[in-house]
Design a protein around this ligand. Structure first.
Ligand code: TEU
Ligand code: CA
Length: 575
């Protein structure tokens, strides 16, 4: 890396940072590789595949939670922040993974889950014992409303859990309700209590002292709840969310966390924020904001929600709207802000099934999506398996559903009298399980993921879609990812260049320019299985061109105007 502060020669361009130049690989350890044959991926399994990550060329691994957990929400319900879940291995195994990554110059970012703990966490076990417990105010306890059944009253307000049902559970022991924005086994911490915050900062410090390189902060915009916990709008996609999304003290808490733990450390932070708008994000980011490096917003991954305003109804997905949302974020976080770029993760369906075509054009469309991922302005996040074009799982039976949020959906709809086939159709399109099936390493049994029996069914397409095959073929999706990662490392313009959308209203083609000093790159992406013609707007002038990357063979065509093939992607340098 160049030692100048800014990426262009003017000295006024964006500041250079390693985390802006990095490519992040999101590793879902439960489904990555199982080293001991019990059917669960584990840390020795990660260690066994470090050379794989190195070969792909990624710079950072974000590891989903491996902390001790009763596993109600696949590790997002933490029982002990300072130990490892036995299924994943030991702290020694963790240390080996960290050292092995660092040996390969790959950094490690851990998941920080501090909006809630497990109900089995020591703090909650003590908190629920009595109303006078020293730990009582670590969580959010309220009396029921009215008399209600058995003197319990009704829940204190109408807030819903993200996984369905009320956000409150009644606890007999002290005859009070506790708040949980997610599963009932995930009680929300009370961030208004300074002692809670202190304990969390200590824990973060402990991990950083161990040598990790940063945090991905789970639902960090939900940590502050509106005073008085008022009822929410029952018609929104998540009842109550207007009262706990970037709540009254959220910025104060994040800024304090930055001051207490992160300031002065060369680490990377990304805040996951289901409700973030561009304006909110600006306040969380950068030295003049609360100090975070990036946020994960949800706007582009919520566009296909149907009438319920959440993932459980299927709506239309419109490219023009998708471009408009991404463009708003691209332009909105210029200057001190910085984008994260992701199309999917462990919470969403597979990207090729959702935004591409997982049938006839699986390979072309997976490459098209990769092209978008690596050419937008921001730090790209590759989700495990996307680099070989893994697809959604064809659910046939309810028993194949693992995720708590999908299981709750199935139960609700069965109670509503829905047909089994109807329920499974929505699950197939929307369940988080789609992204959590085992990594497909080879065409061996269980896709080479385990010698035992995998905890979740393997996608039946593993015989055709797997790492061994992809690495073997020069024109595979895997090699295309490799090529794009190399290109992004080689070209500052792809990292730091400004972004300008072309043809905003084109319903089929997503095209934009990246510019840094006198370097210019043109990206043209056909999101359809048709053959639209792309014409470069007349005001974009150039003398010569060089094709940097494409997902079809291209001979001699010049980017002024050309017909695109189904899901074709081209990246040109304009001279
Ligand atoms: O997800 C936050 C979140 O709000 C959603 O993505 C969630 O999956 C969705 O609303 C359910 O329909 C984070 C984690 O990424 C997720 O895996 C956890 O389950 C959740 O927080 C709770 O910790
Ligand atoms: Ca295992």
């Amino acid at each position: 890396m160049d030692s100048t502060e800014t990426a262009d020669s003017t000295g006024i361009g964006p500041k250079r940072e390693w985390w802006k130049e990095a490519v992040v690989y999101q590793l879902y350890p439960r489904s990555f590789y199982d080293a001991n044959g019990d059917g669960f991926g584990d840390l020795p399994g990660v260690e066994a595949k470090l050379d794989y990550l190195d070969a792909l060329g990624v710079d950072v691994v974000w590891l989903n939670p491996v902390y001790d957990s009763p596993d109600a929400d696949h590790g997002y319900d933490i029982r002990d922040y300072r130990s490892i879940m036995p299924e994943y291995g030991t702290m020694d195994d963790f240390d080996h993974v960290l050292a092995g990554l660092h040996d390969r110059e790959i950094k490690l970012v851990m998941d920080l889950v501090v909006n809630h703990t497990s109900d089995e966490h020591e703090w909650f076990r003590k908190s629920r014992q009595s109303r006078d417990s020293d730990y009582r105010d670590f969580y959010i306890w309220r009396e029921g409303r009215g008399d209600g059944p058995g003197g319990k009253g009704e829940p204190p307000n109408n807030w819903e859990s993200a996984f369905g049902g009320p956000a409150w559970t009644y606890d007999e022991r002290t005859a009070r309700y506790y708040l949980h924005l997610f599963d009932e086994k995930q009680p929300d911490l009370n961030w208004d209590n300074p002692e809670v915050r202190e304990r969390i900062y200590d824990m973060m410090d402990w991990w950083l002292e161990k040598g990790i390189d940063g945090f991905r902060m789970d639902v960090i915009d939900l940590i502050s709840k509106a005073e008085g916990l008022p009822d929410g709008d029952a018609d929104s996609g998540w009842t109550g969310s207007e009262h706990f999304t970037s709540g009254p003290r959220a910025h104060e808490f994040v800024a304090e966390m930055y001051e207490e733990v992160l300031a002065g450390r060369d680490v990377m932070t990304v805040g996951e924020m289901p409700g973030a708008t561009v304006e909110e994000a600006q306040r969380y980011l950068g030295p003049d904001g609360d100090g975070l490096n990036m946020v994960f917003h949800f706007e582009h991954v919520s566009l296909d929600y149907g009438e319920t305003g959440n993932r459980w109804s299927i709506g239309e997905w419109d490219l023009a709207e998708f471009k408009q949302v991404l463009t708003k974020w691209q332009n909105g976080l210029e200057g001190e802000g910085w984008n994260s770029v992701y199309l999917g993760n462990h919470d969403w369906p597979r990207i090729v099934s959702r935004f591409g075509d997982d049938g006839l054009y699986r390979i072309e469309s997976a490459k098209l999506l990769a092209t978008l991922l690596f050419t937008l302005r921001g730090t790209p996040y590759v989700y495990q398996g996307d680099e070989i074009g893994m697809t959604n799982f064809p659910f046939e039976r309810e028993a194949q559903v693992r995720d708590v949020s999908a299981r709750n959906f199935v139960e609700r709809k069965k109670a509503d009298g829905w047909e089994r086939a109807e329920i499974l159709e929505v699950v197939t399109m929307r369940s988080r399980d789609n992204a959590r099936t085992p990594m497909q390493w080879s065409d061996d049994e269980y896709a080479g993921f385990t010698d035992g029996e995998s905890w979740i069914p393997v996608n039946p397409n593993y015989e055709a879609v797997n790492v061994a095959d992809a690495r073997h073929k020069d024109d595979s999706i895997w090699h295309y990812y490799r090529e794009l990662i190399d290109l992004r490392h080689a070209r500052d313009v792809l990292v730091y260049g400004s972004y300008d959308l072309l043809l905003p209203d084109d319903p089929d083609v997503y095209a934009f320019l990246r510019t840094l000093g006198d370097e210019r790159v043109l990206v043209v992406l056909n999101f359809r299985d048709g053959t639209p013609t792309f014409s470069l707007p007349a005001e974009v002038a150039f003398d010569g061109t060089e094709l940097l990357v494409s997902n079809y063979p291209v001979d001699g065509a010049k980017p002024r105007s050309f017909e695109l093939r189904p899901y074709e992607a081209r990246v040109y340098e304009l001279e």
